[in-house]
Ligand binder design. Structure first.
Ligand code: BDR
Ligand code: CA
Length: 312
C-alpha cells in the first residue's frame, strides 16, 4: 500500500481528494496537513478535522502556514468554495483537535520515520512543503515522490491567463519546491481541466454513501454552480482528487519531463514554466534544476471510476 501525507486547504475538491485518500484500499493516509488557500488556515484545519470526524476515522491533522512566503496577492475565493470552504454548509465545529506539531514538523517527522516510502501529495499552496524543506533539507532524498495539484504547463491558467490558483497563492514557495532535487509530479490544469465530474455522479454518491454522500453532494453543488457559470461545463473539475489518483494509478496519466521554474513577479507571476525541449544556451534561471514530471494527458473515464469507487 502507498503511505501518503495529504497537504490541503479544504476546499470542496480537497474534500473529494481527502475522502478518496481515506477510502482507497491501497492508500495508507498517515495524516492531513493544512494550509491557507481556499480559506484561512484555521478554517482549513477545522474543515480537515470535520472530514476525519465525518468518516469516523482517526487520522492526525497538523496545522500549517497561514500566509504566503512573501506576500498575499488575492483574497480567499469565497465565490468558488464558499466562505466556510464547503459551499456555505456551515458544519458544526468538530470535536477533534489538531496535533501539536506544525504541518512542516509533521512532514519532516514522518518522512524520517518512513524513508523512501511516503508520497507527499500537496493540493493547496506550497508553503508547508517549502517550510519542511527549510527545516530538514535531507527530506529531498527521503520522500518517495511529491505529487502536486497545481500549475498549468501548456494550457491557460485559472486565476490569470498563465497562473493556476495554488501556485499563484504562493509563487515563492512553489519555486522552492520545483527547484529542490526531489521527484515532483505536477498534476495541473493540463489534465484537471479535461475531467468533468457531473451532477449525476454526485447524485449517485449521495444515494450510495450514507456516511458522507449527502455532504459531498451538497458541497459539490456549490462548486458546480461556479464552474457551470464561469467555464460553461455541466459539472465541476476533478482538480485535487487527480493528484491522489496519480499515486495509486499513475498510468491513468501521460507525462512529460523537464526543468520547471515558477515566475515570482511581473505579469506572469505564478506561471509554471517547463522546459519541455531543453535549453540550448546557458541561461541562469535554468541552471542546476532537476527534471520534474508533468501530467499532460489523462484517461478521464478511469479517473472518474476511481473517484466514484472510493466514494460509494
Ligand atoms: C486548485 O485551487 C483550489 O481552488 C482547488 O482546491 C484546487 O486545489 C485548482 O486550481
Ligand atoms: Ca485545494
Amino acid at each position: 500500500s502507498h503511505k501518503m501525507i495529504l497537504d490541503t486547504d479544504p476546499g470542496i475538491d480537497d474534500a473529494m481528494a481527502i475522502f478518496t485518500a481515506m477510502a482507497h484500499p491501497e492508500i495508507e493516509l498517515l495524516g492531513l496537513t493544512t494550509t491557507f488557500g481556499n480559506v484561512s488556515v484555521a478554517q482549513a484545519t477545522q474543515n480537515a478535522l470535520s472530514l476525519v470526524e465525518m468518516a469516523g476515522l482517526d487520522i492526525p491533522v497538523a496545522q500549517g502556514v497561514s500566509t504566503p512566503w512573501v506576500k498575499a496577492l488575492a483574497p480567499f475565493p469565497d465565490f468558488v468554495h464558499g466562505a466556510d470552504g464547503f459551499g456555505n454548509l456551515d458544519l458544526e465545529a468538530p470535536k477533534r483537535k489538531a496535533v501539536s506539531s506544525s504541518a512542516a514538523e509533521f512532514i519532516v517527522e514522518q518522512v524520517n520515520r518512513y524513508p523512501h516510502e511516503i508520497s507527499l501529495v500537496a493540493v493547496g499552496p506550497l508553503g508547508n512543503l517549502a517550510t519542511a524543506l527549510k527545516l530538514d533539507p535531507s527530506i529531498t532524498s527521503k520522500v518517495k515522490q511529491v505529487v502536486i495539484m497545481g500549475g498549468a504547463i501548456a494550457t491557460d491558467g485559472n486565476v490569470s491567463p498563465v497562473a493556476e490558483a495554488n501556485i499563484l497563492s504562493d509563487p515563492h514557495a512553489a519555486e522552492k519546491v520545483m527547484a529542490a532535487h526531489w521527484p515532483v509530479v505536477i498534476v495541473g490544469l493540463d489534465v484537471t481541466h479535461q475531467v468533468v465530474l457531473s451532477p449525476e455522479l454526485f447524485d449517485e454518491i449521495r444515494d450510495n454513501n450514507p456516511k458522507v454522500g449527502q455532504f459531498m453532494h451538497d458541497a459539490a453543488e456549490f462548486y458546480t454552480a461556479f464552474y457551470s457559470s464561469v467555464r460553461h461545463i455541466n459539472g465541476c473539475y476533478a482538480h485535487d482528487v487527480s493528484a491522489v489518483a496519480y499515486v495509486v494509478e499513475p498510468d491513468i496519466f501521460g507525462t512529460e519531463s523537464g526543468e520547471v521554474c515558477v515566475a515570482t513577479e511581473g505579469v506572469a507571476i505564478g506561471q509554471t514554466i517547463m522546459s519541455r525541449y531543453g535549453i540550448p544556451y546557458p541561461l541562469n534561471f535554468w541552471e542546476d534544476r532537476p527534471k520534474q514530471t508533468a501530467c499532460m494527458t489523462v484517461d478521464d473515464q478511469r479517473l472518474i471510476t476511481l473517484f466514484k469507487t472510493a466514494l460509494t
